[in-house]
Structures are given as structure tokens and as C-alpha cells.
Write a protein that binds this ligand. Structure first.
Ligand code: NDP
Length: 220
């Protein structure tokens, strides 16, 4: 039996590593680009779901992080982050669970962030969305458990992707490394391994959890 996997934001960064890992392990993986499903547009999400409902494993990965202080918020960035990081996983998952229920099998992995647990100036909207997505995980873990649908959050720490480079200068990256107990940023494949761990059929009992993959950053 080949399970069918949907991953959002599979074109780059963590999503690409997740796409590659599931593909290497023989899963049938679909990673729609923005043109096929724009996560800031509910009609676009619904349009995709109408044509593609039959996924066994869903990885809600796509996200963005614009750093801004509370007194200098861009309305556009605020709405974009709330839509991409929080609303779209809810709408998308909502459209896909009936297939999982009918099969009495499903694995859903939401990509959170350490900034859902701890925070830092400038992350007011981002942290809100990432705390929120774990709230989604917890509710769905309870609501969907009777159908053997397991739902977890994987929360990366600093990971080497375009997003991290966009938000941190070279100097800041050096300082960040020095502040991580393991002394380096995560590689995307290290986050992908954690996603796969909870997001495949061998995980039969972990649900509703938020696993921080951060080199020990948040427990100092
Ligand atoms: P990247 O910026 O490298 O990639 C983001 C991905 O999301 C791209 O594939 C992008 O598509 C897609 N995407 C963004 N907005 C939309 C949209 N509106 N519609 C469709 N696709 C969209 O991000 P990362 O790999 O760094 O991050 C992935 C996830 O991990 C995010 O949820 C992020 O918040 C989280 N995370 C990342 C951390 C890090 O250090 N990098 C730390 C903690 C959490 P396109 O190529 O078209 O732009």
C-alpha cells in the first residue's frame, strides 16, 4: 500500500527536504506550488481540494515570517502571515479529513516554530500564528482520534533556509550559532526526519504533541 502525501511549501527549504524524504521512502508525494494553490486565497485552497481530496498524510509546512514591532505593523504582512501560517492549514485540513475518516487512517503534521513556545521582539504576529497552529494540532488530535488520525506539531528552531537568511544578517547568524547548545543551525533534512517520525504509519500512538527540534535552544 502506497500512502499519498500532501505537502505545502515543498518548493524550497524545509518543505523541499520533507518532499525528498517521503519520496525517497517510496510515498506518493504531491507538493502544489503557489499557482496550483495559493494559501493566502481561500477560494484557491477550496479549488485545489475539490480536485484533490485523497491524501493519507498531510504536512502543513508553508509559512512566512515578516519581523515587525507592535507599533509598526504592516497590515498586509499581518494578514499574509495569519492566512498562510494559520488559516490555510485549518481550511486545507478541513477539506481533506473526510477521506482520512473514510479510510480510518491519517497523519497530519503542522509545522510550528520555537517562536510558538518562546519569543523574541518583532515576532508578535508570527508567534501568534505559531502558538495558534499548535492549538489546532491539540484540538484535531482529540477530535480525530476516533478515526485513527494522529496530529502533531513539529517546531523547528533556527534552520538554514531562505527564510532564516532573509531575517538575519551574517553577524546575527554567527551570534545565533553561539547561542545554540549544539553550536550550529539545523539542516533542513534534520527537520524532515522529525516530520517523518510522527507523520508516517509507524507512528501509532504519538498525537497532540509539539516536538521542538532546536538543538537545545529553548531549554537553556
Ligand atoms: P522558506 O521561506 O524557505 O519556504 C517557504 C515555502 O512556503 C515556499 O515553498 C513557499 O513557496 C511556500 N509558501 C509561502 N507562502 C505561500 C503561499 N501563500 N502559497 C503557497 N505557498 C507558499 O521557508 P522555510 O522552509 O524556512 O519554512 C518552512 C516552515 O518552517 C514555515 O512554516 C516556517 O514558519 C517554519 N519554520 C522555519 C524556521 C527556519 O529557521 N527556517 C524556524 C521555525 C519554523 P514559494 O517558493 O512559491 O515562495
Amino acid at each position: 500500500m502506497v500512502y499519498k502525501v500532501l505537502i505545502t511549501g515543498g518548493s524550497r527549504g524545509i518543505g523541499k527536504a520533507v518532499y525528498e524524504l517521503y519520496s525517497k521512502k517510496g510515498y506518493d508525494v504531491v507538493a502544489p506550488g503557489r499557482k496550483e494553490m495559493d494559501l493566502e486565497d481561500i477560494d484557491s485552497i477550496k479549488g485545489f481540494v475539490e480536485k484533490n481530496r485523497e491524501f493519507d498524510i498531510v504536512i502543513n509546512n508553508a509559512g512566512n515570517n515578516d519581523i515587525m514591532n507592535i507599533d509598526n505593523l504592516s497590515e498586509e504582512s499581518t494578514m499574509s502571515m495569519i492566512m498562510t501560517n494559520l488559516v490555510s492549514p485549518i481550511v486545507l485540513t478541513g477539506g481533506l479529513v473526510s477521506h482520512m475518516k473514510s479510510r480510518r487512517f491519517g497523519r497530519i503534521v503542522n509545522i510550528g516554530s520555537i517562536w510558538g513556545t518562546v519569543s523574541k521582539p518583532g515576532r508578535v504576529v508570527y508567534s501568534a500564528t505559531k502558538s495558534g497552529i499548535h492549538g489546532v494540532t491539540k484540538t484535531l488530535a482529540v477530535e480525530l482520534a476516533p478515526w485513527n488520525i494522529l496530529v502533531n506539531t513539529i517546531s523547528p528552531g533556527y534552520t538554514l533556509t531562505d527564510l532564516t537568511v532573509k531575517n538575519n544578517s551574517e553577524e546575527q547568524l554567527m551570534a545565533i550559532k553561539a547561542d545554540i547548545p549544539l553550536g550550529r543551525l539545523a539542516e533542513t533534512c534534520e527537520i524532515a526526519k522529525a516530520v517523518f517520525f510522527v507523520g508516517n504509519e509507524d507512528n501509532t500512538y504519538i498525537t497532540g504533541q509539539d516536538i521542538l527540534v532546536d538543538g537545545g535552544f529553548s531549554v537553556q
